[in-house]
Design a protein around this ligand. Structure first.
Ligand SMILES: Nc1ncnc2c1ncn2[C@@H]1O[C@H](COP(=O)(O)OP(=O)(O)O)[C@@H](O)[C@H]1O
Ligand SMILES: [Mg+2]
Length: 260
């Protein structure tokens, strides 16, 4: 019998694995739950499987093993069900993925497209969507830049537009893949603090991948340590010790060379 998801859980991964067509196994038997209002950080070195994990939860890379169950929506392999899941899942990327010649407002409105049919989305979106997009820009402190083209914004401002766009989806789950990787430390703190505050206020479950320990410890309620496609730590930052960090950041190729 299938065990019920805990009340706070929005998504559950059960024994999830991903092997790419080139034979690389990026994720091995991942089992975890993502909970409402929890700011979880995935920590891992380059190639550990962080991006694959985030993409798999949104089925951009479907799992080749195991199962993902999202709050009241199954099965995700069914196109109509997946559409609903993606509507309510905000994605934030390292390189913002904004349309550079479009205004901040037009970029944020992209977050509303999933709520409309293809034909309807070719027309200007309804007033309620426009108002929602402006509210989202206001929440990230960029209302005054609503009509500024993305290419005239700084890196930090672009990422704030990226957050506003994800927020315009009114998500229950936020997936952010190295959202601060291309920012200076001051902007990085500002972005993580903003993202955390918004997710906490709205009760959104957040899964944010990072590779810097100090940021993960400063902002994460929970740290999920990934190494070679496996979860090797899952707990609060207070119990993340030196030994575990060494495991997360040990490059297996270096170990092999050292052992020779
Ligand atoms: N589209 C892909 N096709 C084949 N292999 C991939 C693909 N994307 C990632 N990989 C491989 O999967 C592993 C995990 O990659 P990734 O999830 O990008 O890790 P991270 O985000 O932690 O750097 C790496 O070995 C990478 O080379
Ligand atoms: Mg990555």
């Amino acid at each position: 019998m299938q065990k019920p998801m805990q009340a706070a859980a929005i998504a559950e991964l059960d024994n999830v694995g991903v092997t790419y067509t080139n034979g690389i196994t990026a994720l091995k038997s991942i089992s975890l739950q993502l909970n409402r209002g929890e700011f979880a950080v995935v920590l891992g070195s380059s190639g550990a499987g962080k991006s694959t994990l985030l993409r798999t939860i949104n089925y951009l890379t479907p799992p080749t093993q195991g199962r993902i169950v999202v709050d009241g929506l199954r099965p995700l392999s069914k196109p109509q069900v997946l559409r609903l899941h993606r509507q309510r899942t905000g994605m934030i990327f390292q390189q913002h993925q904004l349309i550079e010649r479009h205004s901040a407002l037009q970029n944020v409105l992209m977050g509303r497209l999933a709520y409309h049919s293809f034909w309807r989305s070719l027309l200007p979106l309804p007033q309620t969507d426009q108002q929602l997009a402006l509210d989202c820009l206001d929440r990230v402190g960029l209302l005054a830049k609503a009509l500024t083209p993305a290419n005239a914004l700084s890196g930090g401002q672009k990422q704030r537009v990226g957050i506003a766009r994800a927020l315009a989806q009114q998500p229950q789950l936020m997936l952010a893949d190295e959202p601060i990787a291309s920012l200076d430390p001051t902007s990085a703190h500002r972005i993580l603090s903003l993202l955390r505050t918004i997710c906490k206020t709205d009760g959104i479950a957040a899964l944010v991948s990072l590779h810097q320990v100090e940021f993960a410890q400063a902002y994460g309620d929970r740290i999920i340590g990934l190494a070679q496609g496996q979860v090797i730590f899952d707990g609060p930052p207070s119990v993340l010790d030196r030994h575990t960090l060494d495991q997360i950041y040990t490059d297996p190729t270096t170990v092999q060379i050292r052992q020779q």
